[in-house]
Design a protein around this ligand. Structure first.
Ligand SMILES: Cc1cc2nc3c(=O)[nH]c(=O)nc-3n(C[C@H](O)[C@H](O)[C@H](O)COP(=O)(O)O)c2cc1C
Length: 217
């Protein structure tokens, strides 16, 4: 396991406040496009962190399926462990690691279920067999073996053969409304650049303007 003892130089390319747009969501889009251009594998994958009703934290990878001024959209099963956690505690985190570019974006905020019509639209855009899979897997529930899982899939395939697959009501999108977005750029000697945008929700439920600050590495 050579990687455990490697000390890679993360390079001289710097990141400061003047390199970034004033709107961190627009800046995020630029970095995502640059990760795509650099042919990073699954550049839209991120690690979603949740905290459940018993205060246990859990992380898992999901795929970003949309980003706009409202936030970061992903889709999943609402009855999964992450769905149960978000129902109990909407505070979530998202970590994008574009390691070959020495870049990381860390997001903190809260997750909201998107409206049904938006989930319908996204579900309709998915391949038929992925739609069938949403019916045939009760995500995060136990199952006795692989054969039983394959059986559920085959049953659902037969049921929806040649017909449009409706969206199950337990499956849909969340949007992460960000209150903190950090852009991290690796630098030589572990003196990395960290520029963080912060905003808060006012008493009236309105999001304040973004403030920008630098963090020590
Ligand atoms: C690259 C990658 C992408 C994934 N994308 C999703 C996704 O978009 N939605 C999802 O529900 N699970 C996705 N998963 C599976 C999750 O990591 C996880 O196993 C699943 O959502 C169940 O998590 P939970 O039991 O904590 O709810 C992905 C896994 C990987 C490795």
């Amino acid at each position: 396991m050579d990687s455990l003892n490697r000390h890679e130089d993360y390079g001289q390319e710097s990141l400061d406040e003047t390199h970034l747009l004033a709107d961190p969501i627009e800046q995020f889009k630029i970095w995502l496009r640059e990760a795509e251009a650099a042919e990073i594998y699954e550049p839209n994958a991120f690690v979603l962190g949740t905290v459940d009703a018993e205060n246990h934290s859990r992380s898992r990878t999901v795929l970003l399926k949309g980003v706009d001024e409202r936030g970061f959209f992903f889709a999943t099963n609402y009855l999964s462990r992450k769905g149960e956690a978000v129902a109990a505690n909407p505070n979530v985190s998202a970590a994008f690691g574009w390691y070959p570019m020495y870049r990381q974006v860390l997001i903190q905020g809260f997750a909201e279920k998107v409206v049904g019509a938006e989930s319908d639209e996204y579900f309709a855009s998915r391949p038929h067999d992925s739609q069938v899979a949403a019916w045939s897997s009760h995500q995060s529930q136990l199952i006795e073996n692989r054969a039983a899982l394959d059986g559920q899939f085959d049953q659902a395939l037969a049921k929806f053969d040649g017909v449009e697959v409706p969206r199950p009501d337990y499956w849909g999108g969340y949007r992460i409304v960000a209150t903190r977005i950090e852009f991290w750029k690796g630098r030589s000697n572990r003196m990395h650049d960290r520029i963080e945008f912060v905003r808060h929700m006012t008493m009236d439920g309105v999001l304040s303007d973004w403030q920008v600050q630098r963090l020590q590495p």
